[in-house]
Design a protein around this ligand. Structure first.
Ligand code: SF4
Length: 124
């Protein structure tokens, strides 16, 4: 997540920098630094930001689970943690998903796959 995205998502949530720092469990100084580009936005902050946005958007939309959208075969679906934890609209949040047949090594790799996906873009 870059600084412009961070700022626009904070505004999407309608939060001040102080409120955002409280929601992210970090200092207001850290939020200033993210928005000024002095600090890279850590993966746990990015994850939390997307999670908060998804909670607001999901309540406004009738979202389908990822296994329906991606038409996952039963064999793949039942091995995937998104199915195991019944998180079909939060699959992008859960590490270890196997929608492309393999588990990603880390959050960054996962985001490369998830960001253009219909399941993820539906929340933004
Ligand atoms: S690519 Fe990501 S967002 Fe799309 S179905 Fe898989 S885990 Fe979910």
């Amino acid at each position: 997540m870059n600084l412009e995205e961070f700022k626009s998502y904070r505004k999407m949530l309608g939060k001040t920098q102080l409120q955002m720092s409280q929601l992210l469990g970090t200092s207001i100084k850290a939020v200033h630094s993210y928005e000024q580009g002095w600090r890279t936005i850590p993966t746990h902050v990015e994850r939390q930001m997307f999670f908060l946005i998804s909670r607001i958007k999901e309540n406004k939309k009738d979202l389908k689970p990822c296994w329906v959208i991606k038409k996952c075969p039963q064999e793949l679906k039942t091995r995937c943690p998104a199915w195991e934890f019944q998180s079909g609209t939060l699959c992008w949040f859960i590490n270890g998903t196997i929608c492309d047949g393999t588990v990603h090594n880390n959050w960054k790799e996962k985001m490369v796959k998830c960001r253009p996906c219909d399941v993820f873009t539906a929340i933004l």
